[in-house]
Design a protein around this ligand. Structure first.
Ligand code: PMT
Length: 398
């Protein structure tokens, strides 16, 4: 961790005393540590303790000193290699999830471009409350990594999940992140995500349930590993944090195809996570189709297969990772697509696995390659699945 810049955020929680140990462990590894406290954190631990351990002044307010000099939150957010909020209280998690910015820690969070980790600490009922769980899901969707609270005896005397992770575990997670570095620095990546909508008339379309979450998580992970990422995103309703990613929004398969062909040329890695409609109406109406017949028949024609087209023009040093969304004969069908679409590897997800596929925040995948290897993974958050996929790419090709 020599010289790595680690920003620690401290919230009002009895677990704040453990932050002192976290800082001590980081300093032992020669990290450059700076600390921000929320106003209520100082009721649990003093700024003097944390500044002595971190060897830096502790920041608590937007201004400092009698002259009202400004603590530049933007500068702090850009300074850090990683921002770790430990302990993270239910209150701060709720504010972060909702973009509330009424203290310095929250302003820095909104300005930070580095990976952000939160280590929640609270009583068990607060932790399992639907609002807290929903806030943590929102944060995960915006790319914040949760260092799970642990099971044990809590300050209230109750026993359950809510204890902050041990300082050693938190430091080891930071160490893993910082030592993994940027294996894709200088590489260019292209990702497709979300559904496509094929127009029937100005009111109706043929579409599917893709939310874009899987593809967006992959784009973010590629970026976290240093790649320059372009994302072609179909029509989705989620408001994703896509800071740092070059995003093109499209609606139909034809639009996605045209852009993908254009952007593929410079891409070292292409990941096709979009659920592209396979068929579109041969003719779409310019005004609303009226309900004046008992039956309505459409002729559907094939949309361009983006994967097949890119597979044909792919050079030897380009990697294409495809997806297969299956309902039966899953492995057999995925293996067929791996070869027929000339993918380098394919990610299989099956709608038969609870929590996998469309819409969920979780997925369960297998990764198949052309050397007949199949690696199966547990059900995980899409953020963690994206890390498994990008790690598999890095391991095999970089
Ligand atoms: O968006 P989420 O809600 O998070 O859900 C994620 C997901 C289920 C959409 C994702 O994990 C996934 O499986 N995406 C691929 C869905 C799909 O269309 O699979 P497929 O087996 O029909 O297609 C095989 C591959 O060819 C895919 O890489 C697909 O992007 C690509 N394809 C398909 C048709 C087409 N016309 N052009 C393509 O490029």
């Amino acid at each position: 961790m020599n010289g790595k810049k680690i920003l620690i955020g401290v919230c009002g929680s009895i677990a704040a005393y453990k932050t002192a140990y976290i800082i001590r462990l980081l300093k032992k590894q020669h990290a450059d540590v700076r600390v921000i406290m929320t106003p209520s954190a100082s009721g649990f631990i003093t700024a003097l303790t944390l500044s002595t351990l971190s060897k830096n002044p502790v920041l608590t307010r937007f201004t400092v000193g009698d002259q009202g000099e400004w603590n530049n939150h933007v500068e702090l957010g850009l300074w850090a290699d990683v921002f770790v909020i430990a302990p993270a209280s239910a209150n701060t998690l709720a504010k972060m999830a909702n973009g509330i910015c009424d203290n310095l820690l929250l302003a820095v969070y909104l300005s930070a471009r580095c990976p952000v980790y939160v280590a929640p600490a609270m009583d068990l009922d607060m932790h399992k409350h639907a609002s807290t769980q929903a806030n943590m899901r929102i944060l995960q969707e915006s790319g914040v990594k949760i260092i799970d609270a642990e099971h044990g005896e809590l300050a209230s005397g109750l026993t359950g999940i809510g204890r902050i992770a041990e300082p050693e575990s938190i430091v080891s997670i930071i160490d893993d992140l910082l030592s993994s570095g940027s294996p894709l620095q200088g590489k260019k990546a292209l990702v497709t995500a979300g559904p496509t909508y094929e127009k029937i008339d100005p009111i109706r379309f043929i579409g599917n349930h893709s939310s874009g979450k899987m593809g967006v998580a992959i784009a973010r992970q590629l970026m976290a590993y240093g790649a320059e990422v372009k994302l072609i995103l179909g029509p989705v309703s989620n408001l994703f944090n896509l800071e740092g990613i070059n995003v093109s929004n499209v609606t139909s398969a034809d639009e996605m195809y045209e852009l993908a062909k254009e952007q593929f040329a410079g891409a070292d890695i292409t990941v096709l996570a979009a659920a592209v409609a396979d068929y579109k109406p041969r003719i779409s109406a310019d005004s609303k189709i009226k309900k004046n017949k008992d039956n309505l028949t459409f002729e559907l024609i094939k949309t361009p297969d983006i994967a097949v087209s890119l597979g044909k023009i792919k050079s030897d040093d380009q990697i294409i990772v495809g997806f297969a969304l299956e309902t039966d004969n899953e492995v057999e069908n995925a293996r067929k697509k791996l070869f027929s679409k000339n993918f380098s590897m394919i990610v299989l997800n099956s709608l038969n696995d609870p929590g996998a596929g469309f819409g969920h925040d979780t997925n369960k995948i297998s990764i198949l390659d052309k050397d007949n290897n199949t690696r199966e993974y547990e059900l995980k958050s899409k953020t963690d699945v994206a890390k498994d996929i990008v790690d598999a790419i890095v391991e095999k090709y970089f």
